[in-house]
Design a protein around this ligand. Structure first.
Ligand SMILES: Nc1ncnc2c1ncn2[C@@H]1O[C@H](COP(=O)(O)OP(=O)(O)OP(=O)(O)O)[C@@H](O)[C@H]1O
Ligand SMILES: [Mg+2]
Length: 225
C-alpha cells in the first residue's frame, strides 16, 4: 500500500543544508504494523510527514493507498490526509477548552458535516478506545494515557486506513505506553488498519511486522535476531 522510490528530502540550502532523507526506497504492505527507529535527527519524522501527505518538498515518488502523492496539489493532499490517514503525536495536541467528544469531532465542524452525526461518530470511536466514561472530560481532567486515547479516537474519526504515530508513547510511563501499543495492535489486528509508529521504545513493539531503521536519512540493515 506504500511504495517510496528514491525519496530525497533536504532542508535549507548552501552551508546550512541538511539532507534529511537520502535516496530512500521502501515498501510497506497493507495491514502491516511498522516501527520506525533511529537516533535523533535520522529522518523519522520527515519520513512520516511524506507518507502522510504533510510534506511535498522532496524528489522521488511516494505512492500511498493508490495515490501518487508526489503528483498531487495541496487540495488533493488535504483530502488524502482527511480520508486516508489518522495522525497521532507525542504531545497529544488536544485543544484544552474542548471536551473529548468535541476534540474528536472537530474535523467535522470544519468540513460542515451534520453535527448530530458527527457527535455520534465521535462517541463510537471514543468507546472503541475505551473512553465511554470520559466523553465530556476536558484534557486537563484526563491522565496522559487517556489523553492519548482521545487523540487516537480523533485519528480514527475520519475512518482512515492508515495510522501514523510519531513517538506516541514518548510522554507516557512504560505501563501506560504498553497499553497504548496494545490499542494500536488491536486496531491493526481487529480493524485491519496499517499502523506506522516512530519510537524510541522499540521494546514496546514486540508484535511489529516490519522494522525500519534509519540513520542519517538512510535505511540501515538490522543484524538477524
Ligand atoms: N523544518 C526543518 N528545517 C531544517 N531542518 C530540519 C527541519 N526538520 C528537520 N530538519 C533536519 O532534518 C533531519 C531529520 O529530522 P527529523 O525531524 O526527520 O528527525 P527525527 O529522526 O524525527 O528526530 P527525533 O528523533 O529527534 O524526532 C535533522 O537533521 C533535522 O535537524
Ligand atoms: Mg522526530
Amino acid at each position: 500500500m506504500i511504495q517510496l522510490d528514491h525519496i530525497t528530502r533536504s532542508y535549507g540550502s548552501g552551508e546550512g543544508k541538511t539532507l534529511a532523507l537520502a535516496d530512500l526506497s521502501l515498501q510497506i504492505p497493507s495491514g502491516a504494523f511498522v516501527t520506525i527507529v533511529g537516533t535523533s535527527g535520522s529522518g523519522k519524522t520527515t519520513l512520516l510527514n511524506i507518507i502522510g501527505g504533510l510534506d511535498s518538498n522532496y524528489t522521488g515518488t511516494a505512492r500511498v493507498a493508490d495515490q501518487d502523492l508526489s503528483q498531487q496539489d495541496d487540495r488533493t493532499l488535504s483530502k488524502f490526509r482527511s480520508q486516508t490517514v489518522g495522525f497521532v503525536f507525542q504531545h497529544f495536541n488536544l485543544l484544552e477548552h474542548l471536551d473529548a467528544l468535541q476534540n474528536v469531532s472537530l474535523p467535522a465542524f470544519f468540513s460542515g458535516q451534520d453535527e448530530a452525526q458527527a457527535t455520534a461518530r465521535a462517541e463510537d470511536v471514543l468507546v472503541r478506545v475505551g473512553l465511554a466514561h470520559k466523553l465530556h472530560s476536558l484534557p486537563t481532567e484526563l491522565s496522559g494515557g487517556q489523553k492519548q486515547r482521545v487523540a487516537i479516537a480523533r485519528a480514527l474519526f475520519g475512518q482512515p486506513r492508515l495510522i501514523l504515530a510519531d513517538e506516541p508513547t514518548g510522554n507516557l510511563d512504560t505501563t501506560t505506553g504498553a497499553q497504548i501499543i496494545a490499542l494500536f495492535e488491536s486496531l491493526n489486528q481487529e480493524d485491519g488498519l496499517t499502523v506506522i509508529a516512530v519510537t524510541h521504545e522499540e521494546f514496546l513493539f514486540k508484535n511489529a511486522t516490519l522494522k525500519i531503521h534509519l540513520e542519517d536519512g538512510r535505511m540501515v540493515d538490522e543484524p538477524p535476531a
